[in-house]
Ligand binder design. Structure first.
Ligand code: AMP
Ligand code: MG
Length: 371
């Protein structure tokens, strides 16, 4: 199939109208949102939605989010909204928050993977909103990556995964937030975060009072996540990632990279700009270490994480040494993604020792603390 690529510089309305026409006709179009790029189909047309699963190679037990452009558009999709759902819609829509609500019969089974709830979000990105309005239907859209790869945060990464498989790609530049929406189940007695994302736990608690986090999100394989998609090993580059966390993470990573250089290893390094600068001043000329940095602070990490994970596949290191951040604010969402990408191979670096928090098979030189 030929995939159209619309650069939204001039005549965006015409291009969006063309894309919307394809969606209304049952085709698949990728589009930008403020979180990541989505792969959109008419959410009420089961035959169109099947094509999303085929293009992504997505397991059929992983339900999709329905994207709407106006609050009233949720009403036919649900049998009822409780006070928590309404409060969340009022406060955080449009924006990076998805709410799980009871579904109505209008929603095809394939969208909800047979669950009796449906996930709904109103994105704030102007292209997404215009596309939804012009197509005249709720748009079912997962992230526009092949299943298992990091979500795309620019149109080139979408093209890499989807060219030839879908009708078109709307290029609206880079996504500002960079991690997916927060998914909150409003049907449980206490509202529960099923996937941490762009709206933080602190923001939700300020509006709702207590909010729970699905306990399965900490990586315990014995627990089954309530958002079916969270059980899959997403976001993983080809090289294994070993992650330092804790107060001394940056310092331990720095020392480990110097040891990797001495051992002549082709290591990838994932760190912030400050550590990258420090490393560049300390490494020998002609070193074989690939340092990719995210900038400084959690919003930069969220914005660039997926792009960096994809970049590591382009430079193909033997392994990647990364450093984590604390879980406050956006930290909860980025650490959820980063730990998954690392397959939960985590070293805790507090004070002067390093302890294995989870995982196995760490190279010896990563386990050396102060010496
Ligand atoms: P993605 O489409 O890649 O952004 O992922 C959407 C996430 O929302 C996945 O983790 C899904 O499993 C989850 N999800 C979608 N619908 C529901 C639902 N009705 N109940 C719980 N989780 C859901
Ligand atoms: Mg996804």
């Amino acid at each position: 199939m030929e995939t159209k690529f619309w650069e939204l510089k001039k005549n965006p309305e015409e291009m969006i109208a063309e894309a919307a026409g394809l969606i209304a006709a049952g085709e698949i179009v990728a589009f930008p949102t403020e979180t990541v790029y989505g792969l959109g189909a008419d959410g009420l047309n089961a035959e169109a939605v099947v094509k999303i699963f085929a293009a992504k190679g997505r397991p059929a037990d992983n339900p999709l989010i329905l994207h709407i452009a106006d609050t009233e558009q949720i009403l036919p999709l649900t049998t009822g909204l409780n006070a928590n759902a309404m409060a969340l819609m009022e406060t955080f829509w449009p924006g990076p928050l998805t709410i799980v609500v009871p579904r109505s019969d209008l929603v095809p089974d394939i969208v909800t993977a047979g669950l009796d709830t449906v996930a709904v979000r109103m994105p704030s990105h102007p292209v997404a909103a215009a596309l939804i309005r012009a197509s005249g239907c709720p748009i079912a859209a997962p992230s526009a990556n092949v299943s298992g790869k990091p979500s795309p945060t620019n149109a080139q990464d979408v093209a890499e995964d989807m060219t030839g498989k879908i009708a078109g790609i709307l290029d609206g530049g880079s996504c500002g937030i960079g991690v997916e929406s927060t998914v909150v189940d409003t049907t449980s007695p206490v509202p529960t975060i099923l996937r941490p994302g762009g709206i933080t736990r602190e923001m939700l608690e300020e509006r709702l009072g207590a909010v729970e986090i699905d306990p399965a999100l900490n990586g315990d394989p014995a627990l089954k996540p309530k958002a079916p998609g969270m059980k899959y090993r997403h976001y993983a580059p080809q090289a294994p990632i070993f992650l330092y966390e804790g107060a001394q993470a940056a310092q331990r990573l720095f020392e480990a990279v110097l040891r990797a250089q001495k051992l002549g290893l082709h290591a990838g390094v994932l760190c912030d700009d400050a550590v990258k600068k420090q490393l560049e001043e300390s490494l020998w000329r002609g070193h074989t270490v690939e340092i990719l940095s995210w900038g400084s602070g959690k919003p930069d990490l969220a914005e660039h994480l997926y792009e960096l994970l994809r970049d590591f596949d382009r430079v193909s290191p033997e392994f990647i040494i990364g450093m984590g951040v604390d879980e406050k604010g956006l930290g909860l969402a980025v650490m959820n993604r980063l730990r998954k990408a690392a397959g939960y191979q985590i070293l805790l670096a507090e004070e002067d020792n390093i302890i294995v928090k989870s995982g196995s098979g760490f190279p010896e030189f990563l386990l050396i603390g102060d010496n």
